[in-house]
Design a protein around this ligand. Structure first.
Ligand SMILES: Cc1cc2nc3c(=O)[nH]c(=O)nc-3n(C[C@H](O)[C@H](O)[C@H](O)COP(=O)(O)O)c2cc1C
Length: 488
């Protein structure tokens, strides 16, 4: 049976995401990222193309590694100026019925108690269409502006992330039992306190003794996306990620990464096919191959190599201005995104990359392939990535927006639908239910969050230790007495 392919649009609340310099192109509307209308129109367009989701990247720092300054990034609008990644989601959710929303939040600079509430709220407002791309950040500039002297060491960030997720899972899955919200108007009880439980988390990095602030949302735990690609990152992704976002340059090489992630998942008891792997790609499609190639050539004239190196400096943690532009790079461990370097140095034994090569490659599409051609050519190549690379789908970046997405929806989607690779219509349900294909809104059994589902039933609740009401014998005390009745 032909398997469907997952498609997300990859975007960011900024002008230049993965195609530095292209903001100058006359067709590019990316500078409108500060207008809600821009996001709402994009969401409607993506829903017309039955995209699974819009996947919103984010960082909380500036790309100041290249040439030791933020100036190259500022000049090229390379992911700066940059807005908050979640603010537009409610508006997009209101304008659509099915489109999912994957939003990147680096937990390194958050607190689990507050973040859990933010995602519960988003899950309510989107009716179960929210996903969290759990990342640990890679920018030293973020750390310096958020109270640290420097970035926490690479693998230590993942240790903190393990505990962070544990706390949020307890809040989302365990704190409020199903049915805790009774909304009993007659007895004057909104929530049955006996079914709301303090999570009593006291760990190495976080202390959260209390109850979750939000009531259970359609998915409870948002659909968990992950994008860690180093060995430690893949281990983390294989444990928590329902969809895992990777970079890959060629399908043949990417196969090793996708097999490795699935092997890791299997080793910890997770079904191999429960791992949905998405790779970054940029598609330039036109009615014919020649027209698509001409469009690509025209786009290339706008590429800023300085902007590309500014972005790459942030991702990799390496200032390529300090290297000979024509000498192949060698791998070194950094505290940034290690995969951004290993992909050009270790992944492909048949190819060496110089800083100049990398600047040209990253100039359109970031660290991902650019697929150019007619609808048939593009669909063939996307299918090759699925068959040979072992991926389940794509996060599609744009060159110009919304133009790149419009071309995809109008030209590539009909061909992919003809091949049974994209839905004709959305199935009903939540983001998780659609992604898994079984319609279930809640975390599956293999997922670490599942262990907390209903786990606190019978444990101490918010009602324990309650002192008598000062109004004990008066009619005003009714709500509290009703609480006790309900509990008994
Ligand atoms: C394809 C891909 C996309 C990513 N997108 C983001 C992002 O938007 N924001 C972010 O802070 N980190 C992002 N990351 C970074 C990682 O999630 C991770 O926190 C960082 O790279 C260090 O881990 P690693 O060396 O295991 O990749 C991305 C990584 C990959 C591979």
């Amino acid at each position: 049976m032909t398997r469907r392919i997952i498609f997300n649009a990859f975007d960011m609340t900024c002008v230049t995401h993965q195609a530095p310099g292209l903001w100058r192109h006359p067709a590019n509307q990316a500078h409108r990222y500060n207008e809600l209308d821009y996001w709402v129109d994009l969401a409607r367009l993506l829903e017309r193309g039955t995209f699974d989701a819009i996947f919103i990247a984010d960082v909380v720092g500036v790309y100041d590694v290249y040439r030791g300054s933020a100036a190259p990034a500022l000049g090229d609008a390379a992911q700066i100026p940059l807005g908050d990644p979640v603010a537009q989601i409610s508006a997009m959710a209101q304008a659509t019925e099915h489109l999912g929303f994957g939003v990147t939040v680096a937990l390194t600079y958050e607190l689990p108690y507050a973040l859990a509430r933010r995602f519960s709220t988003l899950d309510h407002f989107t009716k179960g269409r929210i996903g969290w791309n759990v990342v640990t950040s890679y920018l030293d500039s973020a750390a310096r502006n958020l109270g640290l002297d420097q970035q926490i060491a690479h693998d230590d960030r993942y240790e903190i992330a393990e505990e962070f997720l544990d706390v949020t899972y307890k809040l989302w899955e365990g704190s409020w039992e199903d049915g805790a919200v009774v909304r009993d108007r007659e007895r004057g009880v909104f929530t049955d306190a006996s079914r709301v439980h303090p999570i009593e988390h006291r760990g190495q990095h976080f202390s959260v003794p209390g109850i979750h602030l939000a009531e259970p949302s359609p998915q409870r735990t948002p659909t968990i996306f992950q994008a860690g690609a180093s060995p430690r990152g893949r281990e983390f992704a294989a444990k928590h990620g329902e969809a895992i976002f990777i970079n890959g340059l060629r399908p043949e090489i990417t196969r090793r990464i996708t097999d490795d992630i699935r092997d890791r998942a299997e080793r910890i008891g997770r079904p191999r096919d429960s791992v949905k792997i998405l790779t970054l790609a940029t598609v330039i499609v036109a009615p014919t191959d020649e027209e698509a190639q001409a469009k690509y050539a025209e786009y290339r004239e706008y590429v800023s190599l300085e902007g590309a190196l500014a972005l790459y400096g942030g991702w990799s943690g390496l200032d390529l201005s300090q290297f000979d532009p024509d000498v192949p790079l060698k791998y070194v461990d950094t505290d940034a995104a290690r995969s951004a370097l290993s992909i050009f140095t270790l992944a492909d034994p048949e190819r060496e990359w110089t800083p100049r090569d990398i600047a040209h490659y990253v100039g359109i599409g970031g660290i991902g392939p650019v697929i150019v051609g007619s609808p048939e050519t593009v669909a063939d190549e996307l299918e090759r990535w699925v068959e040979v690379g072992g991926v389940d789908g794509f996060n599609l970046a744009y060159v110009v927006t919304p133009g790149t997405f419009e071309d995809f929806v109008d030209l590539a989607v009909p061909e992919l639908r003809r091949r049974g690779r994209i839905w004709e219509q959305y199935p009903e349900g939540t983001l998780r239910g659609r992604l898994r294909g079984d319609g279930s809104p809640v975390v599956p059994e293999w997922h670490p969050a599942h262990a907390y589902r209903g786990a606190y039933a019978g444990a101490p609740s918010a009602l324990d230790g309650i002192r008598p009401s000062v109004l004990a014998e008066s009619a005003d005390a009714a709500p509290t007495s009703s609480l006790k009745e309900i509990a008994s």
